[in-house]
Design a protein around this ligand. Sequence first.
Ligand SMILES: [Zn+2]
Ligand SMILES: [Zn+2]
Length: 331
Amino acid sequence: MRAMILEQPGKPLALRECPVPEPRGRQVLLQVLACAVCRTDLHIVDGELPNPKLPLILGHEIVGCVARMGDQASLLSIGQRVGVPWLGWTDGECSYCRAGKENLCPNALFTGYTLDGGYAEFTVADERYCVPIPESYSDASAAPLLCAGLIGYRSLVHAGDAKRLGIYGFGAAAHIITQVARHQGRSVYAFTRRGDAEAQRFAEKLGAAWAGASDERPPEELDAAIIFAPVGALVPAALAAVRKGGTVVCGGIHMSDIPSFPYELLWGERSVSSVANLTRKDAAEFMEIAPKVPVHTITQPFPLEKANEALNLLRSGKLEGAAVLMCNEVS
Ligand SMILES: [Zn+2]
Ligand SMILES: [Zn+2]
């Protein structure tokens, strides 16, 4: 099969011919129909996340079709279309797993990071961590739901019942979560890089009540804010924009250092929290909600071998919506 391989962080991915992996135990072999490109992939390529599997096939927003079953796999069937998210395996027995917090499992394995992912024509995945894909979505449009959607949704839940919700960083997660928040009757305040009029118009088109630069104050105090951009300076900026008792949720896996800030910004029972990974329960809940909203995803397709181009466009902030690799389409 063809795969885009990360051999060393800091180097572009290389197109290689590899053997099709064998599904073992509870794994299934999936033909990859689509795989979305996530900012986390960039953090891995740039060496900002420690100890990736090497060489590595990136990609943790996989829509695939079951082609073969491992000898102990029984939950899925041949031909079924499923999604493979970031959480690829947990031990099921540590104190976190037993408390329903498998997202924090110290032995967890992650798709496209410590397990091979979907930047390839085929991949294997443990069937217990695959999620069904709602019928109404095409392969490409479903792919961004699997991380931007799931992690975005977990961040939204952590923001509580905030009516006025700020979102910092208007990429793939924000464009999905704005639609869910609007559906729930919340008002969304979108913060983008200064001067990014295009992203601000995009946010307004999706129903944001206000869109502006991240160092601007919104017209109203916010009840909560979610930060999707990997920029630590946004933490004090968001704290300054939320009311007393409000929460700032950091939704990304990596962030530049948070600059020091006066205690006054945190005082008034404001809080800062982070969202790490996802649970299977998040995935099941979000896949129920997405078609009801219905969440529309905006995607830009790329052939598998153009993965480096897609990553570079993401890095430069030049994508509207999400880049999706169509791994089995011949260009
Ligand atoms: Zn565990
Ligand atoms: Zn992701």
